[in-house]
Design a protein around this ligand. Structure first.
Ligand code: ADP
Ligand code: MG
Length: 465
């Protein structure tokens, strides 16, 4: 019987998805339809929720970013206003094809939500896409990640209460905060966990004033086991919201409940936040996140491109990591754009395309050749450790690599002699001049050197235009 029911569901889901596709087809370019919507397969329909399989997370991100309205309208049209859509990512690496539920579209304002089989009477706002498993560790985020992990294992039980994470945009604060909440619910589904941005918190608070429900608002948040509030810099100057937040904070803290906060600056720089709050933040742990270093950027790109189902050469990954340095959101943006451009134009992801996309994505628009990049290419060629050329190493191949890297830096960048010297372990500008002259002499007298320098120059220039 059950099996019959299941096939019935599958058939229905198929028909429903077919109807959806018909609508979508009429509303997007053919090539978009082919690339992003055709690969989706219906799974089942249950309680007016249509579950569909998507190949990977980037599909969801892409579709949500570009076609959220269309998807919501389509679902409404086909399933009615209480219709819902759930994306399921098929984990290709998992042979038992265990599925990860990913994201539910919010076509209706449904506050009843089932989480891990427990009926919850509020929305956690946790995004299951952000986990510790897919958070890449690096020097810049080590402390924040370790602290986040520790409290996820033992919420309210460590001395990290509150945990205050701060750092620039796109560095992974929000990701970590969701990861904490998701992990806690995974282990203890009954815990009351909520993630909220401070904007949403303020809006809800104002609404509660208007509808005369401030007490309800306040006791709702005081009933949490874990309260996660993102971007609290936006609370600065909102006196009433801050007052209430202060009360909630105290109640939760006294009862050993976990509080997690984030901001773009450290607490003491949050001008306009009152002292009593700032001093409370220092009861716990303040951890910063710094921009990712080169290795971490490569690791993140590798991981994300694999999730995306594309295989990029190390050369390409490193090129992107060299040129996009500011934050992880931009690295992701670059990958998405690469995939989009290649699929829209049915073009392979080759170096040419990568250069074009990096140029478009990087904030400074102009891809400058950096001294670090030159050093890297030169050292690779001579099989010399990059650090060695920055140290006082007098080994022959190190000296020649250092001199050629300096020579090319002078030739290919607009950096001053002083700047170039600084990049090579704080050497003097006269050392750079000396290196430049030596290499020029060598080029005249030694054909092998001449060819090598020519080759390296081409290689660097080619990968930067
Ligand atoms: P923030 O809140 O600090 O502005 P986010 O958490 O929104 O940054 O991160 C921006 C994007 O980069 C997100 O898609 C996030 O998943 C991704 N990201 C950030 N840090 C990492 C990391 N260490 N590993 C993998 N992905 C990351
Ligand atoms: Mg954020």
């Amino acid at each position: 019987m059950e099996i019959n029911q299941k096939t019935e569901q599958v058939k229905n889901a198929k028909d429903i998805w077919k109807e959806c596709l018909n609508i979508i087809k009429d509303n997007v370019p053919y090539i978009t339809y082919n690339t992003w919507f055709l690969p989706i397969k219906p799974f089942e329909i249950e309680d007016n929720t249509l579950k569909i399989f998507v190949p990977n997370n980037f599909f969801i991100e892409w579709i949500e970013e570009h076609y959220n309205t269309l998807i919501n309208k389509t679902i409404n049209q086909v399933l009615g206003s209480d219709g819902k859509l759930v994306y399921i990512v098929l984990d290709e690496n998992d042979e038992s094809s265990v599925i990860n539920e990913i994201k539910e579209t919010t076509t209706s304002n449904n506050h009843q939500k089932e989480v891990n089989g427990n009926q919850r009477n509020y929305e956690t706002f946790l995004n299951p896409r952000y986990t510790f498993e897919n958070f890449i560790k690096g020097e810049g985020n080590q402390l924040a990640r370790a602290a986040a992990y520790a409290i996820a294992e033992n919420p309210g039980q460590t001395s990290f209460n509150p945990l205050f994470i701060y750092g620039g945009v796109g560095l992974g604060k929000t990701h970590l905060m969701h990861a904490i909440g998701n992990k806690i619910l995974e282990k203890t589904p009954d815990k009351r966990v909520i993630y909220i941005s401070s904007d949403a918190f303020t809006v809800e608070f104002v609404e509660s004033i208007q509808s005369d429900k401030v007490n309800e608002f306040s006791s709702f948040y005081k009933s949490m086991d874990v309260l996660i509030i993102d971007d609290i810099q936006f609370l600065v100057g909102k006196e009433k919201t801050l007052d209430l937040f202060f009360q909630i904070f105290n109640t939760l803290h006294q009862n050993g409940k976990q509080i997690v906060l984030s901001s773009d600056k450290p607490p003491k720089e949050l001008k306009g936040l009152n002292e009593r709050l700032i001093s409370r933040f220092s009861w716990g742990l303040t951890a910063d996140i710094q921009p990712p270093d080169f290795e971490t950027r490569v690791a993140i790109l590798k991981n994300k491109s694999e999730n995306f189902g594309i295989n990029l050469s190390n050369e390409i990954l490193e090129y992107i990591a060299y040129n996009i340095t500011s934050n992880i959101r931009e690295l992701e943006g670059c990958l998405i754009k690469l995939l989009a451009t290649s699929s829209l134009n049915s073009r392979e992801i080759d170096f040419e395309l990568v250069k074009k996309v990096v140029k478009e994505v990087s904030t400074n628009k102009q891809v400058n050749i950096s001294i670090d990049y030159i050093t890297k290419i030169v050292c690779e060629h001579f099989k010399v450790d990059e650090n060695k050329v920055r140290e006082k190493n007098r080994r022959k191949e190190v000296v020649i690599a250092r001199q050629i890297a300096m020579y090319l830096s002078k030739l290919l960048t607009k950096s001053s002699l002083k700047t170039i010297g600084l990049h090579f372990g704080g050497r003097d500008h006269s050392t750079v001049i000396h290196a430049f002259n030596s290499v020029e002499d060598l080029i005249k007298s030694d054909n092998t050197i001449k060819e090598t320098v020519e080759y390296l120059k081409n290689k660097i220039e080619l990968s930067s235009t």
